[in-house]
Every structure is written in C-alpha cells, then in structure tokens.
Ligand binder design. Sequence first.
Ligand code: SF4
Length: 98
Amino acid sequence: MDNPVWKNKEYSFFSHKKCEYFPCHQDADPDNFNCLFCYCPLYALGDKCGGNFRITTKGIKDCSSCLIPHKRENYGYITGKYQELVELMKSQGTLPPR
Ligand code: SF4
C-alpha cells in the first residue's frame, strides 16, 4: 500500500529526541526514529516476529540489532501483526472469552 491511512499522521510516529538513550540502536536514522513502539509489541511472537533477533547463549531473545519497530515506515507492519498477538493470547488462554 503506497498511501496507507496512517502515513504522515501524528499517531503513527513519535520521536523522543530528549530521551537519555536516543537513538537507542546503532545505525539508526535519528530523523526517522520512531519511539512509539519502544518496547516492541512483537517480542511475544518469538521467532514469528519477522525481525532481526538472535538468541543469546542464555536463551534470551536479543533485539538490539533490529530496527523494525523504530522505522517510520513500519507502523503498518507492527499494527498488522496484532491479530497474531490476539491468536497467541487465545492459544494461551490469556484472553477472556466474549
Ligand atoms: S524488535 Fe525486531 S526482533 Fe525484536 S521482537 Fe520486535 S520485530 Fe522482532
């Protein structure tokens, strides 16, 4: 989609340039760094998030090399995966039945 409804909207991009850690990833573009998904909502999807993660020797998912949630153009990608999160919650019984 070339012109998604969220493109250039205030709600789809927030850059907290006064944050002590900004930009918190190496090789990030500070002019297009989105802080909206500071803690990535897709972390819970494990190896299905689509990001550039690695698993440490202690078995921890390490996202320090991934810029997917921080790129301005990826708002739609992140929100487009929410249904997968809902399915995950349903499969774990953590979502109350309607
Ligand atoms: S930051 Fe990247 S690797 Fe980590 S959960 Fe999000 S999309 Fe996946």
